[in-house]
Design a binder for this molecule. Structure first.
Ligand code: GLN
Length: 189
């Protein structure tokens, strides 16, 4: 079955995700407006600036549609800022964006730019020895019962799955290791 996956294209690391999907044989849709959400089998929320992306989702009238699609089971994959967008709670009292992931996120949990780093990760059931590229990365500090924790760094949760929702703190699209994206592509089939 051919799969069509949308990449929310309002801001952030959009082109890298599109390239990764295409080299794995998937048709990628650059989602810039509401209509672009109508014919996809999955959606990627890229890294970038969660506040900006969140505002543009609302301005573009896409918030309710994304929530509806996800609640009806469409797979959604959030990377970095995408993890922030998905979470039900943001530490520090900032209002949540999509609220689809039963978790609390710490937005710049690993610190700002100077704290960008790479680390070898074991993403449970998906990829052992995966090079995680972290850039002003968030982490999850609390998860609800339906959320499966897939990897942590010093008790900071950096990869989770809750049914059709997958979220990671780092940037798999900046590496040539396609194991995580292929796991997500298979969820979309
Ligand atoms: N910490 C940033 C935010 O909350 C995300 C950084 C990133 O996506 N590289 O928006």
């Amino acid at each position: 079955m051919s799969v069509k996956i949308g990449v929310l294209g309002v801001q952030g690391a959009v082109a890298e995700h599109i390239k990764t999907l295409e080299r794995n044989g998937v048709e990628a849709v650059n989602v810039k407006r509401l209509e672009d959400l109508s014919d996809i089998n999955g959606l990627i929320l890229p890294g970038g600036e969660s506040t900006t992306i969140g505002r543009l989702i609302v301005q573009g009238n896409m918030k309710e549609k994304i929530q509806e699609l996800a609640k009806n089971g469409m797979p959604v994959f959030g990377t970095c800022a995408g993890m922030v967008l998905l979470s039900e709670k943001i530490e520090g009292g900032e209002p949540a964006h999509l609220g689809l992931l039963n978790a609390t996120v710490n937005r710049n949990g690993f610190g700002r730019q100077v704290h960008s780093f790479e680390k070898e990760l074991n993403i449970e059931g998906i990829a052992e020895g995966f090079n995680g590229v972290f850039i002003r990365a968030p982490y999850i500090s609390e998860v609800g019962p339906s959320v499966k924790v897939l990897e942590t760094i010093d008790e900071k949760v950096v990869a989770v799955e809750q049914d059709n929702i997958l979220a990671v703190s780092f940037h798999p699209e900046l590496t040539r290791d396609d194991r995580i994206i292929n796991y997500f592509i298979n969820k979309c089939k």
